[in-house]
Design a protein around this ligand. Structure first.
Ligand code: COA
Ligand code: MG
Length: 299
């Protein structure tokens, strides 16, 4: 399970080194918003070198955030970094499924050029950074078999909308951005890919991060983006099921082992949605494969 995704500005050798010890499940080597235009060639070179120097991805995956697919920079980013065999690419400011298909084709050509396994580089769009994307999210399922997850963002969306802020008078995200979050969650689930929550910007406020991460997990998100190494432990904890949740989920599966469609447990009626939820908990603990069928078995 990939729970935490740490953005690292790719033009900073210091942060690339620091990211390595962060405990994040994924480093997102950033070529977009965290890198000034004139430093992009340097950042591409450093990202490629970093990828090539870290071929073992068993502990930490390495993804790259490219520039927006609608810009010529995106293809130059991909051409520069594919030789390093990134595990995935995070695509910002996506507008439509067509853009995902085009990136899929480009990656196929680049994988062939570099002798990489076809389809090995996964795709995750930041799926709510343009108003157009919010209307097109339902078309993402099935657009490419590379689609691994979907995440959302409130900062670029408010800039695109022309809003002076994305917050309401209480300091909470305004309705437009909460709507984008919910639609992203539903679209990811509809596409049978991972819904990943967006960044928490106030990186000194770990209590606030904890509350936001817990709320995201309760809502159904399976991981969260991060901007600072000190956010990783909190995120990993929030998206790892607690021992009592795992025990309860095992009991639910056992209760359904006979093949019944509905059962009683601790005086409560359980039916298929409860079984599904228990299977999700065990899958997120790495105890059950997501796709495995049957009612009762787990490893
Ligand atoms: N990845 C790796 N290392 C990071 C890091 C990150 N995202 N953010 C901070 N660090 C390092 C710092 O370099 C510093 O290391 P040092 O002690 O060796 O100098 C250490 O962690 C402590 O950093 P701190 O002083 O608390 O923060 P800062 O003021 O240096 O940096 C930010 C604050 C926001 C600029 C920085 O966290 C950052 O670059 N975040 C990522 C931004 C990004 O990628 N945005 C795009 C997505 S929204
Ligand atoms: Mg951005």
């Amino acid at each position: 399970m990939l729970r935490s995704f740490l953005f690292v500005p790719s033009d900073s050798e210091r942060k690339l080194v620091k990211g390595e010890g962060s405990g994040a499940d994924v480093l997102l080597l950033d070529l977009e918003d965290a890198v000034a235009e004139e430093r992009l060639p340097l950042a591409r070179g450093l990202a490629r070198e970093y990828l090539a120097a870290h071929p073992d991805r068993s502990r930490m995956q390495l993804w790259v955030r490219t520039n927006a697919p609608s810009t010529p920079k995106a293809l130059a980013d991909l051409a520069a970094i594919t030789a390093g065999a990134p595990d995935g690419v995070l695509l910002p400011k996506v507008r439509s499924a067509d853009e995902l298909v085009r990136i899929d084709h480009c990656l196929s050509a680049l994988e062939a050029r570099e002798g990489l396994q076809p389809g090995s580089i996964r795709i995750m769009p930041i799926a709510t950074e343009t108003p157009a994307a919010v209307f097109n999210l339902g078309t993402f399922p099935g657009s490419t078999s590379r689609l691994w997850g979907m995440t959302w963002g409130a900062e670029d969306l408010s800039a695109a909308v022309g809003a002076s802020t994305n917050l309401d008078e209480k300091g909470e995200l305004d309705f437009t951005y909460r709507l984008a979050r919910s639609i992203c969650l539903l679209a990811a689930v509809a596409a049978e890919v991972e819904p990943i929550d967006t960044v928490f910007l106030n990186f000194r406020d770990l209590g606030g991060l904890h509350r936001e991460a817990q709320a995201a997990r309760r809502a159904g998100f399976t991981g969260k983006l991060a901007i600072h190494p000190n956010q990783i432990e909190t995120i990993n904890r929030a998206f790892t099921p607690a021992p009592e949740e795992i025990e309860y989920a095992k009991r639910v599966l056992e209760a359904f082992a006979s093949g019944a469609g509905t059962v009683g447990l601790d005086g409560k009626m359980l039916d298929m949605p409860h079984l599904k939820q228990a299977r999700r908990v065990l899958a997120s603990a790495g105890l059950l494969r997501r796709s495995s069928g049957g009612n009762g078995e787990f490893n």
